[in-house]
Design a protein around this ligand. Structure first.
Ligand code: SF4
Ligand code: SF4
Ligand code: SF4
Length: 331
């Protein structure tokens, strides 16, 4: 019997141990890395034939993960040099309600594509969020170790460690993480010169997954657009679905392979043309493996040791100050 995980069987599948939740509760990236359960890489399959664009998933993501969203205590500090370091403030009541792009308060949005393919018009809805790459460059090249990959493949940015420098966004082929200024550790360390906030993105509901629960967006979808399971089974399922529907696949090879695989009735180059793209609205074009060309990012790697020392100090400070953060509590 397939171990692809349905809503009902996810808990039973036992892919994640109780120890995961305990480790996550410490609030320390290193602890989570050391004990995040079995090394089964979870992957999602999104069947774009099924998505009706109702945004139930978007609402659920915002509700379930709302306690992880940034809460600035005042206006962000003026950064130096002013011209180079930009402020990104999404914390006003109006901006928090934006749902048609990725923001620090909106980790999933429905991207609409309307066009023509083989003489027929199409309209497709594409749930967009972090792809949770197999060999995630954001986690490999974050100078502070704030972005990291759990052994189940989930890529997370730890808000207590992130300095908001946005290396993860620069290196991400889809520029997924979004910055909120005026929050984070840099305010305590070098408020005017380091980073400028914290980067936010989908964490695949890692805390729910650690408890054997489905990510919120999967649980609430009325059309069962998404499935989650071990990557090899999801890949096979995607190939079968594409074969059966004469469909097209995205995510198998992109950036060296991701843990998010789309199957579409329309080729992805046609979909990409039809998308509204820009800040917070990622493309859907073919992507080469960023980590295969790591030399290009030698500058980032060169500063990593020094930054690592700061990161270690930062973690020490966090550990001394608090043992458990609100954002690590199970929802
Ligand atoms: S993925 Fe599901 S919940 Fe989200 S918009 Fe599509 S149909 Fe609605
Ligand atoms: S999509 Fe971007 S942010 Fe997400 S894991 Fe891949 S590189 Fe990192
Ligand atoms: S997996 Fe969780 S955090 Fe990611 S988009 Fe779905 S609900 Fe949001």
């Amino acid at each position: 019997m397939s171990s692809l995980i349905s809503r009902r069987s996810f808990l039973k599948a036992g892919l994640i141990t109780a120890g995961t939740a305990a480790a996550a509760g410490t609030g320390l990236a290193s602890a989570i890395r050391a004990a995040d359960g079995p090394k089964t890489e979870l992957c999602t399959l999104l069947d774009l034939n099924k998505c009706i664009g109702c945004e139930e998933c978007v609402r659920a993501c915002r509700e379930i993960n709302g306690h992880k969203f940034p809460e600035p205590e005042g206006p962000p500090p003026i950064m130096r040099p002013v011209e180079r370091v930009k402020t990104a403030d999404w914390s006003s009541p109006e901006k928090r309600t934006v749902t048609d792009r990725l923001t620090p308060y909106n980790w999933l949005f429905i991207q609409r594509a309307r066009g023509e393919y083989q003489g027929q018009s199409f309209e497709l809805n594409i749930p967009r969020r972090c792809m949770h790459c197999h060999n995630a460059p954001c986690s490999k090249l974050c100078p502070f170790g704030a972005a990291y990959q759990l052994r189940n493949g989930i890529v997370r940015i730890h808000p207590d460690v992130c300095m908001g420098g946005a290396k993860c966004k620069t290196i991400c082929p889809w520029n997924i993480p979004e910055r909120q200024s005026g929050v984070g550790l840099h305010l305590d360390l070098l408020p005017q010169y380091a980073g400028n906030g914290v980067m936010y993105k989908c964490d695949r509901c890692y805390d729910r997954v650690a408890e054997g629960r489905l990510p919120a967006c999967i649980e609430v979808c009325p059309e069962s657009v998404q499935e989650i399971g071990p990557r090899n089974e999801i890949v096979q399922k995607a190939r079968d679905l594409a074969g059966k529907t004469s469909g097209f696949i995205y995510g198998l090879e992109e950036n060296g392979g991701t843990h998010t695989i789309y199957v579409s009735p329309v080729p992805f180059d046609v979909l990409n043309q039809a998308l509204r793209k820009g800040p917070g609205r990622p493309q859907l074009q073919p992507v080469e493996n960023v980590m295969a060309d790591a030399n290009r990012w030698i500058g980032a790697l060169a500063i990593a040791p020094a930054a690592g020392v700061i990161g270690a100090l930062a973690r020490f400070k966090q550990t001394a100050g608090q043992t458990q953060k609100k954002e690590d509590k199970p929802s």
